[in-house]
Design a protein. Structure first.
Length: 587
C-alpha cells in the first residue's frame, strides 16, 4: 500500500511517500527548483518520491493534503469581516488566490498529478502531531504542536497512544506563539518564515531588558496558555505587517530597516522575545506533563524548530524524553498526513521510527563524475574509503572548509551530514572565516557541532548515550571544552548539537571518527552546504556551482575529492547576490 502526503500553498511545500508503513522518500520542492521556501505545488518533489519508489501515480492508493481548505477559508472570511474595512486590501489580494486555487485544492492536486483519485484532507495541527508522534520511538507520549496558524488552531496539546492521537486543548487564532515570534523577527528587520533562527542566534548577545514590555504584548498563564494583546498586532487585517505603530511606540523605536546595523537595542529585543517564547513553551510543557503523567513528549509545528526552547522543555518540564522530527515545520505536514492516513485512519500498526533525515535523492559516482567533467574541473577519485576519509580529515585539520556531499539529501531545514559544510571546531577563527567567505551571512550567527554520539557527553552537558540527531537541542558546552571547540561554542556557552551514529550516518560518522583519531577531538563544525538566500544544494551541479562561487576550499562528493578551483572568488559580488537572494529580489 502506498500513501502520498502533500503540503503546499502556504510555505515550504513538500511531499512524502509511505509504503506499507515505511517511509520511502520525503523532500521539499525548494531543493529541486532552487527557490527557497517555495510554496506552490511540489511537482518535482512528488515526482522524485514516485521515482524513488519505482511507481507511477496510478499505483498510489491514497493521497492526502495537510490541512482542510474550507475550514481555513471560513476563518479568513470571519476575521476579514470582523476587521472590515481595515481588511479591504487583504481581501483584494487574497480572494482571487482562494477562488482560483485554494478553494479547489483537491481538483488542483488531481490536475497536477493527472489523476482522478480522491484527495483526503487532514487537519493542519493533526498533521503536525502525526509527523511528530507516529514516527517517534514512543508507544505513548504527550504531543504539543505550535506554529503560526493552521485552520483555526495555533497551539495545541494531546496524547498519542499506539496509532491514535487525541487532542485535549487548543489555542485559536489570532492568539499564536508562532505569530508572536514572527512579529519579533519582522521588527528586527529579518524575513518572516525564513529568519526566525536569526533571532535565536542573536538572543544570547542581549539582555532581558524588554521582558516586562513583552508582558504587555502577551499575557501568559501558569499552564502555558496565553493571549496576545491585539492592540499591538496587525496580522488579523494585514498581509504585510505583523505589528503596528503601538508596538513601535511601546518598545521605543521603529522597525529596523533591512541590512542596517544591529545594536544593543536589537540584541536586547531578541533576547527578551526569545525568553518570553521559551517561557510559554516551558510552562505549557510542564502543565501537559503534570496533566498526563507521561514521560515522553513529541513536538510538532514550526515552533518545534526553536531548539533553545526544546532543550529547556527537556530540562525543566518534567518529561524524561523528547522527540522532534527534522522537518517540524510545514513541509513536515506532508510526512504527518501520509502517516496519519496509513496508521490512524486505516488503523495499521506503527512499524517505522524516524532515526535519520536522509530521505531525499542520492547520486551515483557516475553522475558526480559527469557533473565534474561538464564543468571541466579536475578531481581525485578514491577507491578506498579509508584513504578518502583520511585525506578529508587532514584537510579539515589543516583549516580547510570542506563541502561534504554524500548519500541521500536531508529532509527539513538542517544539513545533517549529507549536504554539509565541514570545518575544524578547534579553530577560533573558523566561524568568521565561513561567515565571511562562504555563507555571506551575519557574523553573530552560530555554527553547530557534529559529534560522535558515544562521546557527546564528554563535550556537552548531556547524558551519556543521548540521541540528538536532528540539531534541535541546545545543551551547554562543558566549561573545560570551551577552549577546545571555540568555533561551535556560542556566546552563551551552548552548542546546537548533532549526535552522529554509524547506524544512521555511516560515512559521516567514520569521517568524524577519523578526524578524532587524527586530532583527539570527535567534533567538527557542520553547517548547511549553501549560501545565504539559497536552499541547501541537492545535485552535484548545485554543489559545484556553490563551490565555484564561494570560498569553500574543497568538495568531497561520493568518492571524488576536488581541491582545484579555476579563477578567483569575488566575495563582494557573492555577498550582494546572497543578500538579494534572501530578500527575494533575484529569481
Amino acid at each position: 500500500m502506498y500513501v502520498l502526503g502533500i503540503s503546499c500553498y502556504y510555505h515550504d511545500a513538500g511531499a512524502a511517500l509511505v509504503k506499507d508503513g515505511q517511509l520511502v522518500a520525503a523532500a521539499e520542492e525548494e531543493r529541486f527548483n532552487r527557490k527557497k521556501h517555495y510554496s506552490d505545488f511540489p511537482a518535482q518533489a512528488v515526482r522524485y518520491c514516485l521515482t524513488e519508489a519505482g511507481i507511477t501515480i496510478d499505483e498510489v492508493d491514497y493521497i492526502g493534503f495537510y490541512e482542510k481548505p474550507l475550514v481555513k477559508f471560513s476563518r479568513i472570511l470571519e476575521t476579514t469581516l470582523a476587521a472590515w474595512p481595515k481588511t479591504y486590501w487583504t481581501w483584494v489580494k487574497s480572494m482571487p488566490v482562494w477562488l482560483m486555487t485554494k478553494l479547489r485544492i483537491g481538483r488542483t492536486i488531481q490536475q497536477e498529478l493527472d489523476t482522478d483519485k480522491d484527495i483526503h484532507y487532514c487537519q493542519h495541527h493533526l498533521a503536525h502531531a502525526a509527523s511528530a508522534f507516529l514516527v517517534s520511538p514512543f508507544e505513548e507520549a504527550a504531543v504539543i504542536t505550535a506554529d503560526g496558524v493552521g485552520e483555526w488552531t495555533t497551539t495545541g496539546w494531546g496524547v498519542g497512544k499506539g496509532n491514535q492521537i487525541d487532542f485535549c486543548k487548543e489555542i485559536r487564532f489570532p492568539h499564536s506563539v508562532g505569530l508572536l515570534f514572527s512579529a519579533i523577527t519582522a521588527y528586527l528587520g529579518f524575513r518572516v518564515n525564513d529568519a526566525e533562527w536569526k533571532v535565536m542566534g542573536l538572543a544570547p548577545y542581549g539582555k532581558p531588558t524588554y521582558v516586562d514590555k513583552f508582558r504587555e504584548v502577551v499575557d501568559i498563564r501558569e499552564d502555558g496558555s496565553f493571549r496576545l494583546n491585539m492592540k499591538y498586532f496587525s496580522h488579523t487585517h494585514s498581509v504585510s505587517r505583523m505589528f503596528n505603530r503601538r508596538w513601535e511606540r511601546l518598545f521605543g523605536r521603529p522597525q529596523r530597516p533591512v541590512e542596517t546595523e544591529l545594536d544593543d537595542f536589537h540584541r536586547d529585543i531578541a533576547h527578551s522575545g526569545q525568553k518570553v517564547v521559551e517561557e510559554i513553551m516551558v510552562k505549557m510543557a510542564t502543565h501537559v506533563h503534570q496533566t498526563t503523567g507521561l514521560d515522553n513528549v513529541c513536538i510538532g509545528g514550526g515552533v518545534g524548530l526553536n531548539c533553545v526552547a526544546n532543550w529547556r522543555i527537556l530540562q525543566e518540564s518534567g518529561f524524561k524524553n523528547i522527540f522532534i522530527q527534522p522537518a517540524a515545520g510545514d513541509s513536515g505536514g506532508a510526512l504527518g498526513t501520509a502517516f496519519y492516513l496509513y496508521n490512524s485512519v486505516l488503523k495499521n500498526p506503527r512499524t517505522f521510527t524516524m532515526s535519520h533525515a536522509c530521505w531525499g535523492p542520492s547520486f551515483s559516482d557516475q553522475q558526480i563524475e559527469a557533473a565534474l567533467k561538464a564543468k571541466d574541473i579536475p578531481y581525485e577519485q578514491y577507491s578506498d574509503e579509508e584513504e578518502l576519509l583520511r585525506a578529508t580529515a587532514d584537510l579539515i585539520a589543516d583549516g580547510e572548509v570542506v563541502g561534504w556531499f554524500q548519500g541521500r539529501l536531508e529532509f527539513g531545514p538542517r544539513a545533517l551530514g549529507s549536504r554539509s559544510l565541514l570545518a575544524d571546531a578547534r579553530n577560533p577563527k573558523m566561524k568568521d572565516i565561513i561567515n565571511a567567505k562562504v555563507k555571506f551571512r551575519e557574523a553573530f550567527r552560530p555554527f553547530a557541532p557534529a559529534v560522535l554520539r558515544e562521546r557527546a557527553h564528554e563535550y556537552f552537558e548531556m547524558p551519556e548515550g543521548m540521541d540528538a540527531p536532528f540539531m534541535l537541542l541546545v545543551p551547554k558546552v562543558r566549561a573545560d571544552k570551551h577552549a577546545v571547540i571555540p568555533a561551535v561554542t556560542h556566546q552563551d556557552g551552548t552548542g546546537r548539537v548533532q549526535t552522529v551514529t554509524e547506524e544512521d550516518n555511516g560515512r559521516y560518522y567514520r569521517l568524524i571518527r577519523t578526524f578524532a583519531d587524527l586530532t583527539g577531538v570527535p567534533v567538527v563544525i557542520n553547517t548547511s552546504f549553501n549560501v545565504r538566500g539559497e536552499p541547501i544544494v541537492c545535485t552535484p551541479t548545485d554543489a559545484i556551482n556553490t563551490f565555484l562561487n564561494t570560498g569553500i576550499d574543497v568538495v568531497v562528493m561520493g568518492n571524488y575529492l576536488v581541491t582545484h578551483k579555476p579563477g578567483k572568488v569575488d566575495y563582494e559580488a557573492g555577498m550582494k547576490r546572497s543578500v538579494a537572494l534572501e530578500a527575494g529580489s533575484v529569481a
